[in-house]
Design a protein around this ligand. Sequence first.
Ligand SMILES: Nc1ncnc2c1ncn2[C@@H]1O[C@H](COP(=O)(O)OP(=O)(O)OP(=O)(O)O)[C@@H](O)[C@H]1O
Ligand SMILES: [Mg+2]
Length: 254
Amino acid sequence: MAQSVLQVNHLNKVYGKRKETQYHALKNISFAMKQGEFVGIMGASGAGKTTLLNVISTLDQASSGSVKIAGTDITNMKQNQLADFRSQQLGFIFQDFNLLENLTVYENIALPLSLQGVAVKNIKPSVLKVAKNLGIEEILPKYPVTISGGQKQRVAAARALVHEPALILADEPTGALDSKNAKSLMETFVHMNENLGTSIMLVTHDPLSASYCQRILFIQDGQLYKEIHRTHKRNEFHQAILDVLSEINKPNEW
Ligand SMILES: Nc1ncnc2c1ncn2[C@@H]1O[C@H](COP(=O)(O)OP(=O)(O)OP(=O)(O)O)[C@@H](O)[C@H]1O
Ligand SMILES: [Mg+2]
């Protein structure tokens, strides 16, 4: 098996301290992701998708079990180690992109490197390279308010990629987009995955967005319900995803 970028072993997350009302949000979840894989996470509202992403992204702590990223076990790391690890090994893309309005596109993309204390002369080639890859070189001097929604997504993707993280984590990045921009963002992910070898984990409610992934993990009530792999054309995978969703009770909630 190719090297794993992510190994999740018997992961449990219980919200609430003893005596308070407890909620078992993740129940004994185990799976691995190969380096260069593009994996989707689907599940009804409240199934535990964001909780899973937060524990993997080191923003929240597991109750038991372990998470290994690029061979490093993050489960028992100290806070200051975690912050360094996160800034070096992980890239995040959020639903609302979180671009800083008073920084130019160039400065937004450079931010993860500036925060890591990378020397200015070493920042420029990295920013130019990723901007070229995503076709946004022309807008580098502009401010976020002056660019389109689709361009903002690509800037957010560039910022998540610039420090060449081991793993990109995206939570509902197409949630607020119309279908045209959602398609273009998914194509950007496929481009990053195929041409740059980026490993991507994407949480989505949208079966069409999910069909761009290579594999989908379905979560139900905090447990791994099923996984399916894409073997043929994307439209066939889309249908296979819809079939799993209809297998599960209330499909309208997905
Ligand atoms: N901080 C918290 N304290 C207690 N319970 C929580 C907390 N955060 C989430 N939960 C509960 O854990 C469960 C999983 O929540 P989570 O946010 O992971 O769901 P999700 O699959 O991302 O849902 P959505 O699709 O609506 O974003 C839910 O029942 C939620 O109410
Ligand atoms: Mg969520």
